[in-house]
Write a protein that binds this ligand. Structure first.
Ligand code: ADP
Length: 288
């Protein structure tokens, strides 16, 4: 089984990846496609006159703050437009694709973390009302059932998050929000790379992360310094040191995938012919 994550960056054209999914499926390979789409969420927010909110943790990691309105847009864009577009395009490639969000059949289940620690104007604060969370379990059985039926799953975030049952949260949060009953479920935002990692781990699959660079470079600005592979803890450290910004999250996700049972993780360019087949053949940066 191969789990493919396709980036949401503008510079990424899914054309080659989708054709490659079709040829892999044709050859009898099980493929699960997952996707991001943060840029599209931001664009839609802006079209609707809302500003995307990004916060910085005290540790310096920047991430989206997903308030209730943002979560509504997130649902419209991710499992709505982007997922449906990919399913549509796969059908045109002859693939019988099935679109799912992490909420379907508890495909991706986790915990909502509504309060986040942030650094604003140099001051540490707690910001409440975030609709994001972490993935704790994957319904591998659902994916295997879909694959066994000859269908190709296309998975997007959000994730099904359990609300925390705590008096503190009840009093601190204005809990009139729909679906945010204590102990109930609510859709939460989670990083798409980590969602792909969780799925690859649960399926003990090879994970191919397709993005706008041809791998992880020792010098982030110099493609000729691409690291081909890292199969030892020392090599992994080199990769960790090299990764900056968004790539840091991909390396973290890769580590989670391998710890969770994935057989390999390859970061490679989406903008190539047969990007998945070449990644599996050793193009890009392979982590084992
Ligand atoms: P996607 O939207 O496809 O998920 P991201 O934008 O999250 O991709 O991550 C890819 C980006 O990571 C690259 O465009 C590059 O700017 C950045 N990056 C940071 N460090 C590195 C590195 N060491 N090697 C390659 N790219 C890096």
């Amino acid at each position: 089984t191969t789990v493919v994550k396709i980036g949401g960056a503008r510079a990424v054209d899914p054309e080659g990846a989708l054709a490659d999914v079709a040829s892999l499926v044709e050859d009898g390979e099980d493929v699960v496609l997952t996707h991001g789409g943060s840029t599209a969420v931001d664009e839609t927010l802006e079209d609707l006159g809302q500003d995307p909110t990004y916060v910085e943790t005290p540790g310096g990691v920047v991430g989206r703050f997903t308030d209730e309105d943002t979560m509504d847009v997130f649902k419209m864009v991710m499992p709505g437009k982007l997922n449906t577009d990919l399913v549509e395009r796969l059908h045109n490639e002859g693939v019988n694709a099935v679109g799912l969000s992490g909420t379907d059949g508890k495909l991706l289940e986790g915990k909502r973390k509504s309060a986040v620690r942030v650094k604003e104007d140099g001051k540490k604060k707690i910001k409440r009302g975030d609709h994001s969370g972490t993935i704790e379990s994957v319904n591998a059985d659902l994916l295997e059932t879909i694959l066994a039926g000859g269908y190709t799953p296309v998975v997007s975030v959000p994730v099904l998050g359990r609300e925390k049952e705590s008096a503190e949260r009840r009093s601190a949060d204005n809990s009139s929000e729909q679906g945010s009953r204590d102990g109930g479920y609510t859709a939460v935002n989670a990083d798409a790379d980590r969602a792909a990692a969780a799925i690859a781990g649960a399926l003990e699959a090879d994970l191919v992360v397709l993005t706008d660079v041809s791998g992880i470079y020792e010098d982030p600005d110099d493609e000729s310094t691409k690291i081909d592979a890292a199969a030892t803890p020392e090599a992994f450290e080199t990769v960790k040191t090299a990764a900056e910004g968004f790539m840091t999250k991909k390396v973290m996700a890769a580590e989670e995938a391998l710890e969770g049972g994935a057989t390999s993780v390859t970061v490679a360019s989406a903008n190539a012919d047969d990007p998945i087949t070449s990644a599996l053949a050793g193009e890009g940066t392979t982590l084992e």
